[in-house]
Structure formats: C-alpha cells, structure tokens
Design a protein around this ligand. Sequence first.
Ligand SMILES: [Fe+2]
Length: 176
Amino acid sequence: MTKPISKLINYKEFLKKSEKPAVRANIWKWRDVEQKLAEVAKEDPLAPGRWAVSLVHEDTGKSVGVCPGLNMLVQVFEPGKHAKRHRHSNFAIFIVRQGTGYSIIDGEKIEWEAGDVFFAPPWAQHEHCNTSKTEQAVLYTVQDVPTVTDMGVWFFQGSEGTGFQHRASSHDGDSA
Ligand SMILES: [Fe+2]
C-alpha cells in the first residue's frame, strides 16, 4: 500500500518548517569559470560548437541555483555556430560578455554584441547564432529554473518536430 501524501498540520508548524536557511554572499571567479569551460568543451559539450557551465551556490541545496529561485550559466558558441531553436517555460536573461551575433526570439531578430543584455520570455521560441568567423561568443544567462521547477511547471521543447517534455524530479521521499 502506498504511503498517504495528504497531511494536516498547524499553520504555526508550517511557518516554522517553511523557514529557509540564509544564503551567504558568494563569488565565482572568471578564471575558475574559464578553466571549467575548457574542461567541459573537451569532455562533454552540449552539442558540437556549444558548451556551458552552471554557477552553483551550495547554500541553495537541491535546486542548484546561483541564489534562491534563480540559476545561472555561462555558455560559449564557436565562431559561426547556429544553435537549434527551442523553448522552455523558464525565462532567460542573456548578458553578452564577448562576441557578436543574433538571436531570433518569437520571430524577432535581435542583434547583439559585447555588453548588451537581452531577454527571452517563458515559452518563447529562440535560437542563437554567433556571426563572427573568428571569435567565440560568450553569454552569461540567468534563468528561473529553480522557481518553475518548485512549482512543477518546467517544460522544455526542442527543435521543431519534437514534442515538449515536462521536466519533473522524481519523488525520492526526502523532498518534503
Ligand atoms: Fe534556451
């Protein structure tokens, strides 16, 4: 017989249980990010010509965020790389550290260069292209994956023709 998952508790107990530990100030040094990017590029890229590293704050625990509610990655595109179109239920803020290129977000072409910031709303189709023939493009990316995951609404859809997936974590019994 499966264990019941309904429960009633005093609201005062809820307030106590819902307290979260404080998250400490933190820094991720570029030299460490750069070193990890080189390692990932060589050993396990996302796709040919594209790889990424996530910045994780240990105080966020299982949500592997950069802070509570948000995650952050640094992604690299090789010269000429045009990544496949996709969409997801999390938003994405892109901060261009290096390079030049464009992104198509919900049909709108956005041209970017170092220092620019652009935004892809939740569930907007988007694709990125590094237009340089010689220089890598490096995009810092901030997303709200931990938030949508907590709400059970993290969806992802790959390039056209592929169905969407609901990304839900399994119930391992210690998530309460
Ligand atoms: Fe994306």
